[in-house]
Design a protein around this ligand. Structure first.
Ligand SMILES: [Zn+2]
Ligand SMILES: [Zn+2]
Length: 172
């Protein structure tokens, strides 16, 4: 774990640059591996808490949701995180709404786990359904061949499951 002691930013901005090692499952079940993650930026005192600005980048190997082959995915995201003590947790609905879209992280102790921040960003940046390409042809439902590599040897007959639809006629 890569903890930052936030109080070190009390007097002047604190710069950081770390390379956390993330486990693949931190990005979801389609993530095969994650490598070369870097998180860097600076923390400064802001109001009751701190403001973290920086960026996180890295590369992941994902599994395509259609053809199940693996492909590389690189990411580079800007970070802006507001860090507030838990004592500042908004109690009233009004305050909650005010904070709206701000990315706020509440802490009990004035410290922050950079590996956790990187993990959260990774999860946010992952595609919901990873595809090796928009045009991925997927796999043949009969023989399981990867159709991106060329047509399989299955006979080109019409899919029986659709036959009832072809016979369908509106009733008079
Ligand atoms: Zn694919
Ligand atoms: Zn086939």
């Amino acid at each position: 774990m890569l903890w930052i002691d936030l109080t070190r930013a009390d007097t002047e901005p604190l710069a950081f640059s770390e390379r956390p090692v993330l486990t693949p499952h931190s990005g979801g079940e389609d993530v095969v591996s994650v490598a070369g993650v870097e998180i860097e930026g600076r923390v400064e005192r802001a109001g009751e808490g701190y403001l973290l600005e920086g960026r996180v980048k890295g590369a992941a190997r994902l599994r395509c949701g259609r053809c199940l082959s693996e492909f590389d995915f690189s990411f580079a995201e800007r970070l802006e995180l507001h860090l507030l003590p838990s004592s500042a947790l908004p109690q009233e609905e009004e305050k909650r709404l005010e904070m709206g879209d701000l990315e706020v992280h509440f802490y009990d102790e004035p410290k922050l786990d950079l590996a956790e921040v990187a993990t959260e960003q990774l999860a946010l940046t992952m595609p919901m359904k990873p595809l090796c390409a928009e045009t991925c042809r997927g796999i043949c439902p009969r023989c399981g061949a990867n159709l991106n590599l060329g047509p399989c040897s299955c006979p080109e007959t019409s899919d029986d499951r659709w036959a009832p639809l072809l016979d369908w006629r509106p009733a008079d």
